[in-house]
Ligand binder design. Structure first.
Ligand code: PEP
Ligand code: MG
Length: 597
């Protein structure tokens, strides 16, 4: 007899990726590895086996139609059509007949028969010289997995049919998987891999869902339907919580929700310190559908539009007109405020797809970001033209990511000129004086900021990458997450240096990395005179409240002081002390629990 495993409360510690507390049931997204075993069936079981096969085909059909509908709604007709190909394969009478014949003739289980028949089809397509047929081979694999999974009684990798809210548990989540998930069906994320600034962390913040990443082997301990608590503020996940734990967390959850609710009135007020120093708080967005949150939380426009997610959700480079529509939607929505559209920042953990897919030993140090754009000028110009067209109301700025040299900026600006000339010839409207800025996210960029400031209109400090490239710590690697810190003295110096050089050259500097949402360091950033902080929209009220509760003069003194410290720990302690002393009324909610006791 199989004994049910004791469901003991177990705490897993990971990395706090997106704040808030969620309590609910898990849906486990397993990696779809198919391990098909052969089983001989009795003669009198043959008809039942064929029925079972028919049922699995039907369920697979239901799943595919559901996904198709969602993709149609979320992304568009062209992408939804991809699923028609899958539905056609599923319906293919030759495949169905051959599978049934095999079950009858060889008296084998349906999984085995279908696997074998589909393998023959796959192999012959894959060997084809015709590119179109070759691509269909991938579709065959997808359909095969789906049907066999249904035969085995496993849940889909993405249980899109579920109507109740679930906590998504997974070993890993790719950006394209994440953008396809339905935000209305998700309570929170708990993922084995990833660091504080990995794409899962960024996307879960954009979706306003609590998330803990870097949980190592957590997903392996969880079954569909298991009860979980995800504490995204403190990086803790509790499996099978007992009554007392649930009660405690419900209280914390209420407190957090009340705090967020009480913050909403600040949305209409400026981000101004008690002694009158003002800065801008803008929003980071990944997809145009997040634009509603920009207004909801009172952002002054968009400080970072990560356009690569448009590509990742389609898995191909969108045409100029398609991009133009997306950029225009955002620019129109935020008008008269502005939007900074960052050109594609692919590579690293935002994997390339199709022909561009490459295997690299060090993808973050490899073919990434502006390097790809400059190597593929046609694609780059297509994007630049789409951005320029969306600038016709003069509220759009262009930003280049991962700049490491003056040459890269000059070459990129030449391509902007080329894009402008083409648009002029085509008689299309754009802003000829559009501002052009760069991300400062590599140490070499900070060190030549004086040269760069003379050829761009603004800087935006990308601390997610600046930290990884300065401290040589992979931002997505949970094993070394403790080395990835906002408070390292080298990071503080680089940020201060960038702001100072920008101001000496009369240009402004924003900061759009996740650091902008770290309440502990916000007073330091205010103190060094940063001009804009751009962050996930839901974080804006808390940061604004913070700014409105401090004095610029005290923040300046704090910044001068911590810039002298040699050790990370000293920096952090001093920053925490500042909050406890100056903002006791919000310290309890904004500081991680270990800092409060
Ligand atoms: C950064 O590096 O801080 C940044 C904002 O860019 P991304 O996170 O998209 O790499
Ligand atoms: Mg970056």
């Amino acid at each position: 007899m199989v004994q049910e495993k004791a469901k003991q409360e177990t705490k897993f510690v990971g990395i706090a990726a997106s704040p808030g507390i969620a309590i609910g049931q898990a849906v486990v997204l397993r990696r779809e590895i198919i391990d098909v075993n052969h089983r001989t069936i009795k003669k009198n079981e043959i008809e039942d086996e064929i029925k079972r096969f028919g049922k699995a085909l039907k369920s697979a059909q239901g799943e595919l139609s559901d996904i198709k509908k969602r993709v149609l709604y979320k992304i568009g007709e062209k992408d939804a059509k991809l699923f028609d190909a899958h539905l056609l394969i599923l319906d293919d009478q030759i495949i169905i007949d051959q599978t049934e014949q095999k079950i009858r003739a060889e008296r084998c289980n349906a999984e085995w028969a279908y696997f074998d028949i589909m393998k023959t089809f796959h192999d012959s397509l894959f060997k084809s010289e015709d590119e179109y047929l070759k691509e269909r081979a991938v579709d065959i694999l997808d359909v095969k997995r789906r049907v066999i999974r249904n035969l085995m009684g496993d849940k889909p990798c993405f249980d899109l049919s579920s109507r109740s809210l679930r906590i998504v548990v997974s070993h890993q989540l790719t950006p394209s998987q994440t953008v396809l998930l339905d935000r209305n069906a998700i309570l929170a994320f708990a993922v084995n891999l990833g660091g504080r600034t990995s794409h899962v962390a960024i996307l879960s913040k954009g979706l306003e869902k609590p998330a803990v990443v870097g949980l190592k082997d957590f997903a392996g301990h969880v079954e569909n339907g298991d009860r979980l608590i995800v504490d995204g503020t403190n990086g803790i996940v509790i499996l099978h919580p007992v009554k007392k734990t649930l009660l405690n967390y419900r209280k914390l959850q209420e407190k957090h929700q009340k705090f967020l609710h009480d913050l909403l009135p600040v949305k209409k007020l400026p981000a101004k310190t008690l002694d009158g120093h003002t800065l801008q708080l803008a929003a980071n967005i990944e997809l145009p559908s997040e634009i509603g949150s920009v207004k909801q939380y009172g952002a002054k426009g968009v400080g970072l539009f990560r356009t690569e997610y448009i590509y990742l959700s389609r898995e191909e480079f969108p045409a100029e007109d398609d991009q133009f529509k997306e950029y225009k939607k955002v620019a129109d929505e935020v008008y008269p405020n502005s939007v900074i559209i960052r050109t594609f920042d692919l590579g690293g953990d935002r994997l390339l797809i199709g022909d561009l897919k490459i295997d690299e030993q060090n993808p973050f140090l490899g073919w990434r970001s502006i390097r790809i754009s400059l190597d593929l000028p046609e694609l780059f110009i297509t994007q630049l033209k789409a951005i320029l067209r969306s600038s016709y109301r003069q509220n759009v700025r262009i930003m280049f990511p991962m700049i490491s040299s003056v040459d890269e900026v000059l070459r990129s600006k030449e391509l902007v000129q080329k894009a402008m000339e083409q648009l002029k010839q085509e008689g299309k409207e754009f802003d000829p004086h559009i501002e052009i800025g760069i991300m400062v996210e590599i140490p070499s960029t900070v060190l030549i900021a004086d040269h760069l400031a003379k050829i761009v209109d603004f800087f935006s400090i990308g601390t997610n990458d600046l930290i990884q490239y300065t401290l040589a710590v992979d931002r997505g690697n949970e094993r070394i997450a403790s080395l990835y810190t906002n408070y390292h003295p080298a990071i503080l110096k680089f940020i201060k240096q960038t702001v100072d050089v920008a101001h000496q050259n009369n240009i402004w500097t924003g900061l759009c990395g996740e650091m902008a949402t770290d309440s502990i360091i916000v007073p330091f950033l205010v103190g060094i005179g940063i001009d804009e902080l751009s962050m996930t929209p839901a974080a804006i009220p808390e940061v604004k409240k913070m700014i409105r509760s401090i004095r610029f003069n005290s923040a300046k003194r704090l910044a001068d002081e911590v810039l002298q410290f040699p050790r990370t720990e000293q920096v952090k302690n001093e920053l925490v002390l500042f909050i406890k002393k100056n903002l006791p009324q919000i310290a309890e909610v904004v500081l991680p629990r270990e800092e409060i006791v």
